[in-house]
Design a binder for this molecule. Structure first.
Ligand SMILES: [Zn+2]
Length: 212
């Protein structure tokens, strides 16, 4: 779908006298998302990001970008999701630092967005680098490290590298079993990922050509 800036419905009265227009749009996007209206939430998020420009506080810019990127992806705007995640990663790096968890998650989201449009080599390379940075800065047992390693396994699996995917998941399982309690949802996610087959949807865009 073409990238555009849809104007949502007219602004309603302000939620609070101290809220900026960008913050009000962020709040409305969150409210629509909570109600499950992802299309409207996406439009409000686009609007919020246009309002949260350089003159607004960095926290508003980050919050708007962090809303917009996943909403673009879930609404099927794959190319815009790449742009939005790149924007988010740049903002997070500038305001929080390269090693911050939010920055690492933003870069992981960018890698996933690139993978969805067939930039497989770059996506895998970038996500592997995110994992290396996360493990070095936060430890291999940190949620950001284990989530990234599990997601890296998904990218390898969907690109037709089941052996590499299995090695990533085996390492994640070993770390999770050693450091996380038995009921931790991250352990369940790793187990679920190990039992999930490669995505047939990715084959249409995959540029790895590893399929037999
Ligand atoms: Zn691929």
């Amino acid at each position: 779908m073409p990238t555009r800036t849809p104007m949502p419905r007219a602004l309603e009265p302000a939620c609070g006298p101290h809220h900026t227009p960008a913050r009000r749009a962020i709040d409305r996007a969150v409210a629509r998302q909570t109600l499950g209206d992802l299309t409207d939430a996406y439009q409000w998020a686009v609007y919020a990001r246009t309002l949260a420009h350089r003159a607004t506080p960095p926290a508003e810019q980050l919050d708007a970008a962090a809303l917009l990127a996943p909403l673009a992806a879930v609404n099927g705007h794959a190319d815009q999701a790449v742009t939005a995640y790149r924007d988010l990663a740049d903002l997070a790096t500038a305001h929080l630092g390269a090693g911050h968890e939010r920055t690492l998650y933003a870069r992981a989201g960018l890698a996933q967005a690139r993978h969805r449009v067939g930039c497989c080599d770059q996506a895998i390379r970038d996500l592997a680098d995110v994992y290396t940075t996360a493990a070095h800065r936060h430890g291999p047992d940190a949620p950001v490290s284990l989530n990234t390693l599990t997601e890296l396994a998904c990218l390898y699996r969907d690109c037709g590298w089941p052996d590499v995917a299995h090695r990533c998941l085996a390492a994640a399982t070993t770390i999770a079993n050693r450091y996380l309690p038995s009921g931790d949802p991250l352990r369940a996610r790793i187990t679920d990922t190990a039992g999930t087959p490669a995505s047939s949807n990715h084959r249409a865009v995959c540029t790895q050509a590893r399929w037999s």
